[in-house]
Every structure is written in structure tokens, then in C-alpha cells.
Design a protein around this ligand. Structure first.
Ligand code: SF4
Ligand code: MG
Length: 332
């Protein structure tokens, strides 16, 4: 399969009072045409910043690495070229649709604007395309809804509108950042079905950013687990669930969601994701890892292939910790 998005050695740092702090710290992600890749991890692991960097929507600084989309170097594009790519060939949906819907324009105006620009359609055709997209995402009475404003719709309907907007231009890649997290379970299932259907119809590749392993199991072909700004494990979805290798992934698998309304925490791994940049030596998971060895606290593990197509960043898989040990920069 052809590579669609290729992120290599990406480092996105934020300028803070304490200096430059890494949010994404040397990440490689490849997504092929039509593939759904899950990016999982707790909040603060760098998954959203990675995707925002790929869309060139982050306020962080890219201090190293490259991002290629269909072979094009995204970091070298002008703002105007990037704006045209966004919404056309790459689209993004978020947890909260109101962040991408404009309250003062009707649904039809918003979908219409995207297709007028990107598909170069006239007003009338753009309106027809909007109605067609609303139909496609399962919105009842699309001819009426097209003239309504975002606040007139329920949360689930707004999410559908945002998906309609994102998909209206047939993007090659859809980046979905926690697209169903704010919705109740029934609507959540409907939205996921919808995304799967659109993906099949339009051949869209999806980068699915989520902390929900249920969503991953249902949607993804391949999974990338991130921790503290780094990829710690990568595998196809069946392998990840049947044979997880990294202690962090195992922790995610074992954790039981506790459903305490708003304050629910999905993971029960003891401790917290470290503040970026605070762990400078060794494995950043060491403070929470039940297998941590002294060696782990002094040497950062590399991402190694434990079997074909299955990568994990942990000294438990590596013979070489007995020998010289590599540092992070040598690992690339
Ligand atoms: Fe745990 Fe050590 Fe592996 Fe890090 S390298 S995950 S501390 S065993
Ligand atoms: Mg996030």
C-alpha cells in the first residue's frame, strides 16, 4: 500500500517559562492509503500535539523531524498551500464540534464554503453537495437542517455535521481527535459506524486519536501507543490486544474503566504521565513501571522490533542492555 502520511523523528516543543519543553519527542508515524491507525495513550502523551503538528495547527515549535503527505513536505509549504490542503485532502474532527463550527453561519453555509473553495463548486451546487453530505451522515430532514444554525442541533447531530463538513471534500486523510468522547454510548456507536461507512465508501485513511481501547478495537487496523511524547509500542490491532509487549500497554489493557460521571478516569495505572521534559534520563515510564530495573532509570530504551511489524520501547526485550546501551539520539 502507498504511504499517505509519513512523520519521521518529529519533535514539537513548547516555549515555556522553564524553557523549551518537549510535547512530542521523536515520533515516527506512517499511515497508508485507506488505513485506520489508532494513536492511544493518556492525555498529555503527545497524541493531540502530534496530529495538530501534522495539520500545522499547533502553537508549538517543530524543532526536528519531517512530515510528508503524499510525498509533499508539509513543513515546507506556505500557509496558503497548507490552508488549501487542510479541509481538502486532510481534514480534522474534534471532540467538541463547536470548536470547528461557526455559530453565526448556517450548517449549509459552512459545508458549502468548504466545497466551494476546495471542489470549486458554485453556490447552488455547493448547497446540493451540503444536503447530500447531511444525508450521508444520517441527518434527518437535511433540506431543512441545511438552513439551521449549529446551536439548534443536539450534540450528536453537531458531531455528524462536523463529520459531514470534514468529509465533504473527500479527504484522503481524516484526523479524528477523540471524536466520540463527549457523546453518550448509543450516539458514540452510531458515529463510529458512520465513520467506518464513510471510510469504506470514500477510501479515507483515518488517524484515530483516542484514549478508549474499545474504539481502537472496533475501528483500527494498526495501533500506536504513545507515552510521554514518544511511541512506546506499535502493532496491528489483533497483535496489540492479544500480545501486548510494553508494560504501559499492558497497564492500559488491564485497567478497568470506572464510570463516575464527569470525573471518570479510564486508566488505573498508578501515578501520572510525567510533566514533559522532567524525566531526562532513562525510561520515562520507569516511575510507574512494575518491571523497572535500575538500568531503566539510567538508559532510555530504544524502539525495537519484537516481531515483524511489532515494535516496543522497553529494555525487557533487549539483550543489549547487558552490553553498551544506546541513548535516545542514537536510536533516532
Ligand atoms: Fe519498565 Fe524498564 Fe521497560 Fe521502561 S524500560 S517500560 S521501566 S521495564
Ligand atoms: Mg487530546
Amino acid at each position: 500500500k502507498n504511504k499517505l502520511l509519513e512523520i519521521k523523528g518529529l519533535k514539537t516543543y513548547f516555549d515555556t517559562e522553564d524553557g523549551l519543553v518537549p510535547a512530542v519527542d521523536g515520533v515516527d508515524i506512517t499511515i497508508c492509503e485507506g488505513e485506520t491507525v489508532g494513536i492511544v495513550g493518556e492525555s498529555g502523551c503527545g497524541k493531540s500535539v502530534t496530529s495538530l503538528t501534522a495539520m500545522r495547527l499547533t502553537s508549538g515549535k517543530v524543532v526536528a523531524g519531517s512530515i510528508a503527505f503524499q510525498g509533499k513536505d508539509l513543513l515546507a509549504l506556505s500557509d496558503e498551500e497548507m490552508r488549501l490542503l487542510r479541509g481538502h485532502e486532510m481534514a480534522m474532527i474534534f471532540q467538541e464540534p463547536m470548536t470547528s463550527l461557526n455559530p453565526v453561519f448556517t450548517i449549509g453555509q459552512q459545508i458549502g464554503e468548504a466545497v466551494e473553495i476546495h471542489l470549486k463548486l458554485g453556490k447552488q451546487k455547493a448547497r446540493e453537495r451540503s444536503v447530500e453530505m447531511l444525508k450521508l451522515v444520517g441527518i434527518p430532514r437535511p433540506e431543512q437542517i441545511v438552513d439551521e444554525y449549529p446551536h439548534q442541533l443536539s450534540g450528536g447531530m453537531r458531531q455528524r455535521v462536523m463529520i459531514a463538513m470534514a468529509m465533504a471534500c473527500n479527504p484522503k486523510l481524516l484526523i479524528a481527535d477523540e471524536p466520540t468522547t463527549a457523546l453518550d454510548v448509543t450516539i458514540q456507536a452510531q458515529i463510529l459506524d458512520l465513520m467506518r461507512e464513510l471510510k469504506e465508501k470514500q477510501g479515507t485513511a483515518i488517524m484515530m486519536i483516542t484514549h478508549d481501547l474499545g474504539v481502537v478495537a472496533e475501528m483500527c487496523d494498526r495501533v500506536i501507543v504513545m507515552y510521554a511524547g514518544k511511541v512506546v509500542e506499535e502493532a496491528d490491532v489483533v497483535t496489540l490486544f492479544t500480545n501486548p509487549q510494553h508494560p504501559y500497554t499492558k497497564g492500559l489493557m488491564n485497567s478497568i474503566p470506572s464510570l463516575e460521571g464527569q470525573a471518570r478516569r479510564l486508566y488505573s495505572i498508578k501515578g501520572n504521565v510525567p510533566v514533559p521534559g522532567t524525566i531526562r534520563d532513562g525510561c520515562s515510564f520507569a516511575p510507574r513501571c512494575e518491571f523497572a530495573m535500575d538500568y531503566c532509570r539510567q538508559h532510555a530504551p530504544r524502539l525495537v522490533e519484537v516481531e515483524s511489524g511489532h515494535l516496543s520501547r522497553c529494555w525487557l526485550h533487549t539483550e543489549e542492555r547487558e552490553g553498551k546501551g544506546h541513548d535516545e539520539t542514537a536510536a533516532g
